[in-house]
Each structure stands twice: as C-alpha cells, then as structure tokens.
Write a protein that binds this ligand. Structure first.
Ligand code: DAK
Length: 259
C-alpha cells in the first residue's frame, strides 16, 4: 500500500508507522487521518501482525489536527471531521493487537488524543503533551474530553483542557498519561523491545485480554468480572492455551501459532 503522509515499516510481526509531515509537525490533515484509517482497515484480518507502534518524524509526534484545515470547517464539516477522528481512535482502541504510541515529541490536541487511543504510551524525555484547543476557541474533537479524564482523573483533565497548557513527559508520567519515559535516543529501541516481548506471546490471549480490559472499564466491576470469566473459558478453545501450559510442564519454550 502506497502512502503519502505515513511510512509503514514491517519487522516480522511488528509494524512501525511513522507519521511523516515533518514541515507541519505531523499535524493530522484529512489525508493523514484517511491513511491511518486505511492502514488499520487493511491490517484488521492480518494474523501475522502482532503489534503496531505509532511514532512521528522529527521533533513532533503529532502537533494536533491541521489548523489550516480546521479553519475551513463549518458546523457540518466540523462534525464530519470529528466523526472521522473518533472513528480512527475507536478503530485503534478496538484493533485486535496492541498499539503502542512512541511519543517522540509534541503530542498536542489530536496528537495527544491519538496517543490516548493507543494501548500503551511510551514517551521520550523531549515529549510534550497538551490539549490546547481552547487557545483556538475549540474543544477536543477526537475523544480528548473523555479519554483524558479516564486516564488522569477529572481534575487533571480539566486543568489541562481548561488552561490549554503543555506538560512535559515527566509530569505526564506522574499523572498517568504516559506509562514510561526514556531518553529520546532510546525510545524506539524500548518500543521495539516491548513489541517483541508482546509478539512472543499467544496473540489470541492478548487480543482477548485487550478486549476484556477495554470493555470492562466501561461497565461495572461485577459485570466486568463476568466478562472476564466468559473470555477465560473461551481462551480454552485455543490450541495456544494448551501449548503454553504443556510447554511449561515440559520445561521448554512455548511455540504459539495464533490458533
Ligand atoms: N496545524 C498546522 N500546522 C502546524 C501545526 C498544526 N497543528 N502545528 C505546527 N504547524 C506548523 C507551523 O505552522 C509551522 O509551519 P511554517 O510556519 O514553518 O510553515 C511548522 O509547523 C513549525 O511550527 P512552529 O514554527 O510553530 O514550531 P515551534 O517549534 O516554534 O512550535 C509548537 C511548536 C507545537 C509549540 C507550535 O507549532 C504550536 O503551538 N503548534 C500548534 C499546536 C496546536 O494548537 N495544535 C492544534 C491543537 S487543536 C475538531 C476535531 C479535532 C480537533 C478539534 C476540533 N472538530 C472536528 C471540531 C483537534 C484540534 C487540535 O488538535
């Protein structure tokens, strides 16, 4: 698949997507959102894919939605744009294998929202996070009011969204917005290391665990535990589960087949 604004590199079971509009600090224009959506759509049934890493070229992860395009929106176009962004973030959230955001630099507005839709956020010590929409007279449009509050709590989310101010990677880590912080030169190696660890495990178990965590957080604990119970049973229908337990008992490395 040919893309203009993203670079996709495949290393074994891992796909690394680099958002590559460096001159606009990787701002998400319509075409880039379409390309990201297209990657996830075309990869949905690809059983050889075990983990996706999203990062940005140059000094930004993504500096937000493309303001030159946002400035052209009327009410109808704004709703359509928001729906597209929400659809992309939902697609990433529901994608059957883990998606890691390797946040190298600015993750602002739609960029912070893109990172929040990923399963795990690793940040470089140069990364900066913010929801600066109020500076433009807007509110977040790709799920930011919802995902940020769920990740960092309503007080911190309101602080970030109401002031529009940026926070650095260490503060983002402290409040739970990012999971790990690394020196910028180590970020991609660390992301690959994590992706390799994930792809060495049973892919169906990971897909089901992702689903349980995501769905479970939207419902009450008792119903969520029931959801886990059903899926715990369902995973016994996979041969990988038996291979994993057999390998342990035979003191050898498991050979998972994704079946
Ligand atoms: N869009 C378009 N171009 C951008 C951009 C953006 N978001 N961010 C940066 N650029 C461009 C700059 O215009 C500049 O272009 P040239 O002048 O060189 O042509 C180039 O990238 C380099 O930027 P700077 O010269 O400004 O670089 P600095 O290092 O000095 O500053 C910065 C970096 C990240 C602090 C600064 O660029 C900045 O403040 N950027 C804007 C950040 C921002 O406000 N992002 C937008 C957040 S709002 C919605 C849907 C979605 C959204 C909202 C509504 N609905 C459907 C209603 C989402 C909104 C957002 O994401």
């Amino acid at each position: 698949m040919e893309y203009k604004n993203i670079i996709v590199k495949r290393e074994d079971k891992i796909a690394v997507i680099t958002i590559n509009r460096e001159k606009a600090l990787n701002a998400l224009n319509d075409e880039t959102v379409n390309e990201l959506q297209s990657f996830f759509h075309h990869s949905w049934g690809d059983n050889s894919l075990g983990c996706v890493i999203i990062t940005g070229a140059g000094k930004a992860f993504v500096a937000g939605a493309d303001i030159s395009e946002l400035a052209q929106c009327d009410v109808q176009k704004a709703i359509a744009t928001s729906m597209k962004g929400l659809y992309l973030t939902k697609t990433i959230e529901n994608f059957p294998c883990p998606v890691i955001a390797a946040v190298n630099g600015f993750a602002l507005g739609g960029g912070c929202e893109l990172a929040m839709a990923c399963d795990i956020r690793l940040a470089s010590d140069k990364a900066k996070f913010g929801q600066p929409e109020v500076n433009l007279g807007l509110i977040p449009g790709y799920g930011g009011t919802q995902r940020l509050a769920r990740l960092v709590g309503r007080g911190k989310a309101k602080q970030m969204i109401f002031t529009g101010e940026m926070i650095d990677a260490h503060e983002a880590h402290r409040i739970g917005l990012v999971d790990e912080v690394y020196p910028v030169e180590e970020l991609m190696n660390k992301a690959m290391e994590m992706a390799k660890s994930i792809t060495s495990k049973a892919s169906l178990a990971i897909a089901v665990a992702k689903e349980c965590i995501n769905r479970g957080l939207d419902i009450n604990l008792s119903a969520a535990c029931d959801l886990e119970k059903i899926n715990f049973g369902a995973i016994y229908g996979t041969s990988d589960a038996f291979e994993g337990m057999k390998a342990f008992l035979e003191k050898r490395k498991a050979e998972f087949k994704g079946k």
